[in-house]
Ligand binder design. Structure first.
Ligand SMILES: *Cc1c(COP(=O)(O)O)cnc(C)c1O
Length: 220
């Protein structure tokens, strides 16, 4: 099957899952995760109508996206991978949304960099719902305090929360936890769900799902 057909299938599955969960039409957006795929794989998906894309590495994104963005000005690029401070300037210059704000230092650096560049990116706070030691993200117990810090002390535009559940666990409870935390923080957006579990995430209230391999095929 061609990439644009698989993209169409994912769009249909999102629509079906949204209907089944009695979500409003258009309430769930697709972030097409194009990491490891090159511009030739991405172009047909843009041509098919997809406008929101996710990348997990700043350098890789810098190599592909300036040219793709130039051809399609309404593209929206999300950083969904960990961000180091020394890449913050490049990230602010290229991305539209940073989904992985997970510690005070990077939040400060991003806020400074946005002021310096005169660019206001929307951000998500990443929450480590499984408390996995190797995984990025704020401890769920600190989420409300950290969101308030980002919003009130730094002036960041915090749009929502993001999580990546542990691979070997039922994701439902993690999605439920993220939804509850967002409610406590007064946030309405939830970035959760990937190729293997996006329908479950939609049932738990995802407002965007990050889907890569179901569209682009398995990554080598
Ligand atoms: C790679 C990645 C995805 C997409 O994963 P698939 O299983 O290929 O859909 C989603 N979110 C994050 C943070 C990722 O790194």
């Amino acid at each position: 099957m061609e990439i644009e057909q698989r993209w169409g299938e994912v769009i249909s599955r999102i629509r079906e899952a949204s209907k089944a969960a009695r979500r409003e039409e258009g309430a769930v957006r697709l972030v097409a995760v194009s990491k490891t795929y090159d511009a030739d794989d991405i172009r047909p998906v843009i041509a098919a109508g997809q406008r929101v894309f996710g990348e997990n590495r700043v350098q890789e994104a810098q190599a592909k996206w300036p040219a793709l963005k130039a051809g399609t000005p309404d593209l929206e690029l999300h950083l969904i991978g960990p961000l180091q401070s020394n890449k913050a300037a490049d990230a602010v210059a290229l991305f539209d949304v940073i989904e992985t704000v997970d510690r005070e230092k990077i939040a400060r650096v991003l806020a400074d960099e946005m002021k310096r560049q005169g660019r206001t990116l929307r951000v998500y706070v990443q929450v480590n719902t499984g408390l996995e030691p190797q995984k990025a993200g704020i401890d769920p117990r600190d989420a409300a305090r950290f969101v308030a810090f980002c919003r009130d002390d730094l002036g960041l535009v915090v749009e929502g929360l993001m999580c990546i559940p542990p691979v070997d666990e039922n994701p439902g409870p993690h999605f439920a936890l993220l939804a509850r935390l967002a409610g406590e923080c007064g946030l309405s957006k939830l970035s959760m769900g990937m190729s293997g579990d996006f329908e479950t995430a939609i049932a738990f209230g995802a407002t965007s799902v990050r889907v890569g391999s179901a569209i682009f095929g398995p990554r080598s």
